[in-house]
Structures are given as C-alpha cells and as structure tokens.
Ligand binder design. Structure first.
Ligand SMILES: *Cc1c(COP(=O)(O)O)cnc(C)c1O
Length: 813
C-alpha cells in the first residue's frame, strides 16, 4: 500500500480524516507528522507479528541487549528508508504540498542516552534487525531524556527534555505484559523438605509497564523489538481510599513513578544516587521476567535457557541481571545453587566501555543491602565462592583476593561481578581490549584468558550515510553499484576510483552542498555568517577532560594571537565548530564551554581576522544535530589523550562521510590508521604506551613545557591576562590552575606542539584539492569495515552463538 504513490496519498488523506477529523487543507505540520508516523507504525505491524511468530515457531535463539541508554534519535526518516518506501512517500507528500525533510524536524529526538554508549546500543539494534537476527533492546522509558542544552551568555543552561510531550507514535503500551518489581523488605528463611526457602516480606512493589518500539530491519521484513519499561504504581485507587490514605496514595505514586523519570546526565562519573540503583534493578528485574515469560512459552525446561537466550549487558549498569537471574532460578524455579550458577554464567555476556577509574561503578554495600536484601545475599554468596576458589588457586598470593573480590570493604564492584558472572567480556577496540588484558583487568585475564575478546565498535551506515548524506550514498551506488548497502564492506570498491577526477569532483560538490546547508543552519540559529568555502573543522562529542576540547580552544587562541601579530600570515580560512553537552555536575567541563564561547565571541567580531577564522558553538548536540553536522565536515577532531577513549564512534561517522581525521593513536583511530595509513589522516601526540608510562612512573613535569615552549606559555597566560578576549582579569584562572595543579593530567600542554604542527599539515594539505579529495574517497572506501553490521555479525557468531542469515558476510570478514 506504500510502494505506490497514488495509493499512499489516498490512504494518507483517509487517515487524516478518520484519526484527526481534518481534511488536508486544514492540517498543520504536526498533524501531518503524527498521521504519517502512526500509519507507518501500523504498516509494520504485520511484519512485526510475523517476525515474532517465526521466532516462536523455529525456537530461534534470542539475544537481549540490556542497556540503561538507547540514544536512538528520530525514527521517521530511518523507518521510511528501511521500509524501502522513502521515495514514494517523499513524492506523495510533495504532491500533497508537504516537504518530508521539514516534517522530520517535527519529531523529538528520543534522547534516552548520553553519548557514545547509548548511540552504540541504537546502532546495534538497527544492525541486528537488518541482518535478521533475533536481537532485541531492553531499556528504560525515561519520561525526561538527556537535558536540552541552551547557551546563555556563554554558559550551559540545562532544560528538561520532555520528549514525550507531543506523544510518541512509535511505541505500543503493552499492559498485558506488565510485571512487578520489588524493593526493600526483609528476607525470612525457613526450611521446607530439608531445603532452605527465602521469602521477602514487607517489600514495596512497583509495576513495570513495557512499551514496545518496532525496530525495522533494512528491507522492512524483519522487525525486532525495543522494549522500554516505565514505572507505575501497583495499587489501584480503590485500595487506597479514605482521608489519610489518599495522601499516602499520592505520595507513593509519585515516589514510584520517579524511578523512570530521568536519565542520569552523566556517562562517566559515579552518581551515588539511590534512585540510579533503583533504575538499574528495575531494568534488570523487569527485563528478565519478560524474557523468561517468552522462554517458557517454548515449553522447554529451564536448563535449555543458555541455548535459547543470550543476555548481553552494555557496560556494568545492568550487572544486576546476574544475581536477579540467580534469584529467580533458585527462589522461584527451585533450582540448586550450582545449577543456577551454571545456567546464569552461560547466559550473560558483558561489554566493558572504559578504563577511566572514576567511571568504574561501585555501590555502597549498605545501600544494596537495604534496597535489595535478597539480591545482596546472593551477591555475597557469589563472592564467597569466588574468593574461596581464589584462595585455593593462589595460596601464595593472598594479596590478590582484595583486588579481585566483588565486595571490597564497604563497596560492591560491579565490573568484578560482571566478569565473574558472565562467559564473555569484550572491549570495544583492539587497543582498549589490549589495555584491559595487560593492565586494568590483568588479574581477571590471567584467571579467565579465554573469556576476554575484542569487538571493535561500529555505526550503522544506514543512518549515518544513507539517511544523513543521501547524495553521497547515491554517488557511491552510481560508482560501485548498490551491493554495499547490504554488505557495507563492499565500499572498498571505491578505492580504485580514488584518483578519478570525475568522482573527486562529485564528492567535493556534495561536501560543498552539505556545507552550504550547515552554514545556513548556523546563520538561522546564531545569526553568524560562516564562509562555506572555509575548512569546516569539527569537534562534536560529550564534553570531557580526556576528550580535550580544551586543547582545541587553546590552539584557536594561539592561531588568533598569531594572526593579530602578523596579518600577512597565509592561512586557508577555517571554521571551527564545536558541539558538546557537559554533565550538569561537571563544573570544569562547563567552564570549558564558557571559554569556547568567550573566544568565539571575540574572534567572530574581530574584523582583522574574522574573514580567516570563525568559531561556532552549536547548542544542544544530539543525534539529529550530528546528522546535519557530520556530512558537512572536512576535518574530524578525534584528539583524546591516548589510552582514554575506549573506541569512539564519532570518528567512524566522520570517516564514512569523507572527513579527514585529526587524531591521536587512541581507540578505533588506531584501526583506522591500520587501514588508511599515515598519509590519509593527521596523527599527532603521545602514544598510549607513553601516556600509561607517565601515569605509572612519572617523568613529565608540566612546568617544564610551560617554561620551554613560548607558544604554550603565551596561550596559557592569556587565560589569566586581562584584555585578551575581553576576559576579565583572572576569569579563567581556574582553568590555568587546574592544568598546573594536576600536572596536566590529560597531557594538553604536552601534546600541544605536535597538535599545532598537525593543524599546519591540514592547512597545507587542503591547498591541494585533488589530493584532499583522493584522501577523502579512501576514507569513505575503508569506512565500511566500521559498519555496525560487521560488528554485530561478530558478536552474533563469536559471543552469542547465533546462526544468522549472513553466512556470506561472515565468510568475507
Ligand atoms: C556518535 C555520537 C556520540 C559519540 O561520539 P564520540 O565522538 O565517539 O564520543 C555522542 N553523541 C552523539 C549524539 C552521537 O551521535
């Protein structure tokens, strides 16, 4: 009904009348968006049901990807693309007087994540469905997603992101699938038939209400499910009538619903919030109950669970699936400990995302014990057995035990529990996995060498290329055919055309068009005119010390002084573009946002230089903004302190859209370098081994760099010199002091000189436009290996033991 423009138009107008009671000529943009998305949701209904039937019928092994974050962004455009009806709908709407791209802007981003980790989960869902695997998302339906960022007088201001305000056409509330999650209470133990029985009393019950979102695979036939849970009160109002009870009821309702109110806007620092722990258990318990419900309908005994179900945890946030599954197997299904442990530890697998120590999750024992008394008992027992095993294995090394123990004094170490309770632990890039094995998790690696493996992150080429940059996608298809859409590694076919002048001209023209579009967006949002022929040099990602936005802005300050001092300097005009949210509690990160905006303000107003450079901070960096920025970028700043960025995925999106990377040998940049070599990216800075060595053995003194390198000193001194940048006296003394007092913990000054050089190389390189385009094409051609389709087929075969329909793809990898 959609693959025909006329039929679409007719159906669309019928829907408008039947659902909104409006004829076309009275419909507003919001009406058109609502009707269109609801039609598509209904349209996939049949394939969704069929997919599920098919799973059931063939008893297919199911993967459940548990994640506290799914940063999915908008769905309309991607769903149309994957359904294969994009063109027919676009044309049909046009004839009805509406522009699809404008309608897409009506949709609120589903910002149910902070950054890379949540976006990875979203890319994985797209690949799972497109490769026709039985793989589903399990998450929380936060009423408020990641905050909306406004910049007011250069400062970040956070506004609540009430993304559901206009309704959500994509989800289906599944009241028939609701479950109950229990908190608090006390555990009573008694004996029945010589077995200990554990019962929790006086608990607080919360209803977990699932909302299902269809995840449409490319081609539209295969439809998986993202199930997101919302917390609701278990009591109905009749149970709580009476004068005092009424207020109790209101109070209780509020406290219960608050569990799924907010996404924690912090992806790397430990938030010691009871509510966060409640969220984690809520997700784990609700998700598991629903999985076991589906499993039971297969009619198999519970010992078959690991054959039919794989549970994957995205970082340690959902680690409580391990003790929760133990609880259900023992207390509800009546299994013995050993059998329950065998089943659990063959069902769960875990991805580690970071080696930043402040991001390793720890919970106070007292909190876990009180909120989840039975779960705590189980964790204690897991730990007892684990430590007992260690004592036997390493009788000569008792010092190992406190390092590996799951419970350490007053703290529960989630990563240790996740490793002990799962059968696979993976890092997210080769370098990261190597650091895990050799350093951060060495003791665990020595104990379980086969458990550790690498799965380099990936991105879906459907959203990040076909949807975000359709002109480039068409150009690729015109050059090498369309097979790459299903088999993205086929993009290497482009390599042999890298010298082709015609292809170079066309990629240049597409980039130029995208830059013009971004320039008008910038003009519309900020009233600033940027030169669309300047180099668009882009640094977009969460704001964090290790991502070194500070180094970028210090370099811009350096360039600015240089230009002021010597107006004859020949430089290709540059537009520096930033986008970044800072966690509201991370005050240093917010100061860097302020510094960027202060510098931008000065540079952009200065007529002596503003033809040569501009600095733009785009507010509210999000998936939909990334889709506008990345296709328009020439230079991709991936400049983290080596060893700190586990993988990065932003780097891959830029590469796929033909930007050249300015980066350190960190995360997946290392693998990018392996593919394209020194000549096709701009590398600089310390190697990860050097950084780790400095951390371990010292040997770097920031004051030495400050005293020796006049450029560094000049820039640093500007931070505390009145006059420059209209900066009040000492206004950025805090940033100056922070670098000095931490001995430059992120090596910003140490890497500064080589960063300056790399920027010069970019300037020189860009002058040779043919060479630049050649490099750009090589980057695009190699980027197919970073498609999450490749990543997911490796997860499927090497971790989850899935038999996919992708034997062909497998053979090629
Ligand atoms: C890809 C993406 C990220 C991750 O970017 P990195 O550069 O890997 O940190 C963060 N936020 C959004 C909106 C993204 O699309």
């Amino acid at each position: 009904m959609f693959n025909n423009k006329e039929a679409f138009k007719l159906l669309f107008q019928e829907n408008l009348v039947s659902k909104l009671g409006k004829p076309l000529k009275e419909a507003q943009k919001a009406d058109i968006y609502t009707i269109l998305s609801s039609m598509i949701r209904e349209y996939v209904g049949k394939n969704w049901a069929d997919t599920n039937q098919n799973f059931q019928f063939h008893q297919k092994k199911q993967v459940y990807y548990f994640s506290m974050e799914f940063l999915i962004g908008r769905l309309l455009g991607n769903n149309l693309l994957n359904l294969g009806v994009l063109e027919c709908v676009r044309e049909g709407l046009k004839e009805l007087g509406w522009d699809l791209e404008e309608l897409e802007e009506e949709e609120s981003d589903a910002g149910l994540g902070n950054g890379g980790l949540g976006r990875l989960a979203a890319c994985f869902l797209d690949s799972l469905a497109s490769l026709k695997y039985a793989g589903h998302g399990c998450g929380i339906r936060y009423r408020y997603g990641l905050f909306e960022q406004k910049i007011v007088e250069g400062n970040q201001v956070e506004l609540p992101d009430y993304w559901l305000q206009k309704g959500n056409e994509w989800e289906v509330r599944r009241a028939d699938k609701k479950v109950e999650v229990r908190f608090w209470g006390n555990v009573e133990i008694h004996e029945e038939d010589e077995e200990l029985v554990f019962e929790t009393h006086n608990y607080e019950a919360v209803t977990a209400m699932p909302y299902d979102v269809p995840v449409i695979g490319y081609g539209g036939e295969h439809v998986n499910t993202l199930r997101i849970w919302s917390a609701e009160s278990t009591m109905d109002h009749t149970e709580m009538s009476g004068p005092n009870n009424y207020y109790k009821f209101i109070h209780y309702n509020r406290s219960v619903e608050s569990i799924s109110d907010f996404l924690y806007p912090d992806d790397s620092q430990y938030e010691g919030k009871l509510l966060r722990l409640k969220q984690q258990y809520f997700l784990c318990s609700a998700g598991l109950q629903s999985i076991l419900g589906t499993f039971e309908r297969l009619g198999l005994t519970i010992d078959h669970l690991p054959e039919k179900v794989a549970i994957h945890i995205n970082d340690t946030h959902p680690t409580l699936v391990i003790p929760e599954l133990m609880r259900i197997l023992i207390d509800v299904k009546g299994l013995g400990w050993a059998e329950a442990w065998d089943i659990t530890s063959r069902t769960v697998s875990y991805t580690n995302h970071t080696t930043l120590s402040e991001a390793l999750e720890k919970w106070p024992i007292s909190m876990v014990k009180e909120l989840l008394p039975r779960i705590y008992m189980i964790i204690e027992e897991i730990n007892k057995q684990f430590c007992g095993m260690l004592m036997k294995k390493y009788p000569e090394h008792p010092e190992i035990i406190p390092q590996m123990s799951i419970i350490d004094g007053e703290q529960l170490k989630m990563a240790n529990l996740a490793i002990v309770g799962s059968y696979s632990v993976n890092g997210v890039a080769a370098l990261h996995t190597d650091i895990l094995k050799k350093r951060e998790m060495k003791l665990f690696y020595d104990l379980y060498p086969t458990r550790f493996n690498n799965k380099t992150n990936g991105i879906t080429h459907r959203r990040w290329l076909m949807h975000a940059n359709p002109a480039l996608a068409d150009l690729i298809s015109n050059t090498i055919g369309t097979r790459w859409m299903n088999e993205p590694q086929e993009m290497v076919g482009l390599l042999k055309y890298s010298e082709d002048i015609g292809l170079q001209d066309r990629t240049r023209a597409i980039k130029q068009h995208n830059k013009m579009k971004l320039a008008s967006y910038i003009h519309e949002k900020q009233g600033i005119i940027v030169d669309p022929y300047s180099i668009f040099d882009v640094h977009v990602k969460r704001l964090h010390g290790y991502k070194r936005q500070l180094m970028n802005i210090l370099h811009i300050m350096y360039l600015y002084i240089q230009m002021k001092q010597n107006s004859t300097i020949e430089r290709i005009p540059r537009t520096f573009i930033f986008g970044a949210k800072a966690a509201p509690s991370y005050s240093f990160a917010k100061r860097i946002i302020k510094l960027i905006n202060v510098v931008a303000n000065q540079v952009n107003r200065d007529r002596e230089v503003n033809q040569k450079m501009k600095v733009i901070f785009l507010e509210n960096y999000s998936v939909s903004l990334a889709e506008k920025i990345i296709p328009a970028s020439d230079v991709s700043e991936q400049i983290s302190t080596a060893s700190k960025e586990a993988s990065g995925t932003g780097n891959m999106k830029f590469m796929m859209n033909g930007a050249l990377t300015l980066g350190t040998m960190d995360g997946a940049n290392v693998e990018m370098h392996e593919m394209i070599g020194d000549d096709n990216m701009f590398l600089f800075g310390l190697q990860s081994a050097q950084v780790l060595d400095y951390y371990q053995h010292g040997g770097y003194v920031v004051k030495d760099v400050y005293h020796k390198d006049a450029r560094v000193r000049e820039v640093m001194d500007q931070l505390v010199t009145p006059g420059y940048f209209g900066i009040n006296e000492l206004e950025f003394g805090d940033i100056f002091n922070s670098i000095m007092s931490t001995n430059d913990e992120y090596f910003v000054l140490k890497d500064f000189a080589s960063y300056v050089d790399a920027h010069l190389q970019i300037d020189l390189s860009y002058r040779n436009s043919k060479e630049w385009q050649r490099k750009s094409i090589l980057n695009i051609g190699h980027s197919g290996k970073f498609s999450s389709d490749c990543t997911i087929s490796k997860y499927a075969s090497e971790i989850w033991g899935l038999k996919g329909n992708q034997a062909k793809l497998q053979a090629k990898l």
